[in-house]
Design a protein around this ligand. Structure first.
Ligand SMILES: *Cc1c(COP(=O)(O)O)cnc(C)c1O
Length: 640
């Protein structure tokens, strides 16, 4: 869409006259979504620019009181929602005139800047030319840019003031597109005459994202020769991603399970921006800082008792890598180097670095890398589902193997690594809390360390803040990553008990944990994480997750007898089911076809082979989740 969104530094600065001028100069279509008060700006623009009726879209909302839209609506006992304001269809350039300034409220959580984002037009700021304009204009520019808006220029209205023009251009790094004197008389003719001084900035050259990507980017977990071209994400909001070709897609997988409260949540975005202006990074060997210390403090308060020491790293794999090295060195520092075996569960996935691959070798992702890994003992995992009648038998068998394992390897096991309740990457394979508790109990009895990989299950994913709460287990080491920064920045933590920490204290460096990354405890990541934790309170996130779980349960229970589905299962925000198709496993065709079917209907799903699952941002509405299940049912019918 071509055109501009016209906003002002204040009300009454001359937005309407400027809009009329732009309509005249660009031969544009005009739309003022909100009209408050008795005077009609639309009538003024029509008269001044001489617009034919076909070149005007009347206001979407008309409110009687000459107030900010939210307050005017309140007076009429009305609630507005910008989701219902559509961009007019027109072949001409479009001039949209806002009401008041950038942060004028429209509805709870919605202001004029939000509408600008929704419309995606570059913004022109109308400002006064005289005293006070520097502050107002620079504030407006800063606010708009922090929201990610593209500001094309400033129009200065009133007596020309060369110093103000110079300073706005220099300090605001923005062109002044016109100095428009107050026109007296204000007529179509005088307006037309002032067009001469209008200089619109050239359109920025379009980025060749697809071409640059094809030429220079290497994508993860992708066979580039056969994979379709990647979708080009340009914007995120709530549960949705928007693409360069105009698609609006509901993200059913939280962008690889990292997103928590929705895409580009403004509170998190602001927290990061604020932190970036204060302290972006300080090496974490000799320094500490408030974001890291506060985050460690808050995490330890949320985690089960005993987990008291937070070690920061950058992603889920490194969180696990650190846990394994920590456990290994713990025993060495204790004078027990013979405790050097690790056990993990069949199907468990723990990341792609070499140590994480070693404990996740049976997840099926590392064909060919086995020679790089160290030996780990793999134990059976009793994956279960709704209506599974053999679950107890499977659990008993798995626990018997574990008991036997500890007898055979008495005194030599360093630790046991487990994804509690849900094995994610191997297909949302779920286990009952009692099994997780029993594994912890047996491991403790055998003297080993209990290491929980909650990289995926942490931060509400399974319905409680951490999955271990449901099993009533406080592990010795817990790995957290994906939801930590609510999807904004790569950061993870490995949290250990004080007993483990104490074992690393001594006079020499040889007892210290010789591990660290350049970006350890990055303040921006910490700020994002803290903002995310606040949102859990402010948005009652755990009760939203409970509501999503009820929908999963209702829909998956109803699908239990579906001829093409089996093993329906859910836990917290996660719902999963296996789909019968031509082939099974990670590359199963039915998954690909379902993915395409969903995409064509505005949903992004990413089945893992024959496992279809939904793991959405917590802001997904129950209606949206219902719709996703409707699409699944339709898809199974049509693809049959
Ligand atoms: C994704 C994942 C990892 C790896 O995390 P990355 O951030 O991708 O390195 C480790 N463990 C589990 C359980 C995961 O789901």
């Amino acid at each position: 869409m071509n055109g501009y969104f016209v906003t002002g530094t204040d009300t009454g600065v001359g937005k309407t006259v400027l809009s009329a001028l732009l309509c005249q100069a660009l031969n544009a279509h005009y739309f003022k979504p909100f009209q408050t008060g008795q005077d009609s700006d639309t009538d003024t623009v029509v008269r001044l620019a001489g617009l034919a009726p076909s070149r005007v879209t009347p206001p979407a909302v008309h409110l009687d009181a000459p107030l900010a839209p939210s307050q005017a609506a309140e007076k009429q006992a009305q609630t507005l929602d910008i989701a219902f304001i559509a961009l007019p269809h027109t072949d001409r350039p479009l001039i949209v005139e806002g009401a008041g300034g950038a942060l004028v409220p429209i509805a709870p959580g919605q202001d004029m800047a939000e509408l600008m984002i929704r419309f995606g037009l570059p913004v022109i700021v109308a400002a006064r030319s005289g005293l006070g304009t520097l502050n107002h204009t620079l504030l407006t520019l800063e606010a708009l840019r922090l929201r990610g808006l593209d500001v094309a220029g400033v129009a200065l209205i009133g007596e020309p003031n060369p110093e103000n023009r110079r300073d706005i251009e220099r300090l605001g790094k923005i062109p002044v597109i016109i100095e428009l004197p107050v026109l007296d008389p204000l007529t179509p003719e005088t307006l037309r005459a002032s067009q001469a001084s209008l200089t619109l900035p050239p359109k920025p050259e379009a980025a060749d994202v697809a071409g640059w990507d094809r030429a220079n980017v290497w994508h993860p977990f992708t066979q580039a020769r056969t994979a379709p071209a990647p979708l080009q994400a340009v914007r995120g909001r709530g549960s949705r991603l928007f693409t360069a070709d105009g698609l609006e897609i509901v993200d059913l997988v939280s962008s690889w399970w990292v997103n928590a409260h929705g895409h580009a949540h403004p509170d998190v975005a602001r927290a990061i921006a604020r932190q970036a202006s204060v302290l972006e990074q300080a090496l974490f060997a000799d320094f500490t800082h408030e974001p890291a210390a506060r985050l460690a403090h808050e995490l330890c308060a949320l985690l089960p008792g005993g987990l008291e020491r937070v070690f920061f790293s950058d992603n889920g794999s490194t969180a696990v890598e650190v846990a394994v090295k920590m456990a290994h060195q713990y025993w060495r520092n204790q004078g027990r180097p013979e405790r050097n075996r690790f056990a993990a569960f069949e199907g468990g996935y723990h990341g792609d670095t070499v140590g994480a691959m070693s404990v996740g070798l049976t997840s099926g992702f590392y064909k060919g890398f086995e020679p790089l890994t160290f030996g780990v003992d793999f134990l059976p995992y009793p994956a279960t589902w709704h209506g599974d009648e053999s679950v107890e038998e499977k659990e008993n068998r798995a626990l018997a193997v574990l008991t036997n394992y500890f007898t055979v390897h008495a005194g030599t096991v360093a630790g046991v690594v487990l994804e509690p309740l849900v094995q994610g990457a191997s297909g949302m394979r779920m286990a009952r809390p009692g099994f997780v508790a029993a594994v912890a109990e047996l491991t403790r009895r055998a003297g080993g360390l209990v290491i929980f990989d909650e990289v995926m299950t942490g931060f509400g994913r399974t319905g409680t803040m951490f999955a271990c709460e449901q099993a009533g287990v406080a592990p010795d080491i817990i790995c957290l990553a994906k939801g930590l920064t609510c999807g904004f920045l790569p950061m993870s933590v490995t949290v250990a008990t004080d007993a483990i920490y104490q074992a690393f204290l001594g006079e020499g460096f040889d007892r210290a944990l010789a591990h660290g990354h350049s970006f350890t405890a990055n303040p921006l990541g910490c700020a994002a994480a803290l903002a995310g934790l606040t949102l859990f309170q402010e948005e009652s996130t755990l009760s939203r997750i409970a509501a999503l779980e009820r929908v999963h349960k209702a829909r998956l229970t109803a699908l239990a007898d579906h001829p093409r589905l089996h093993m329906p299962r859910w836990r917290g925000s996660i719902g999963a089911v296996n789909v019968t198709g031509e082939s099974q496993g990670y590359e199963a065709q039915i998954g690909r076809r379902l993915q395409l079917y969903f995409r064509e209907r505005g949903f992004y799903a990413r089945p893992m082979g024959d496992v279809f699952y939904i793991l959405p941002p917590y802001c997904l509405t129950q209606d949206e989740l219902h719709r996703a299940y409707d699409v699944l049912e339709d898809g199974l019918r049509e693809l049959a």
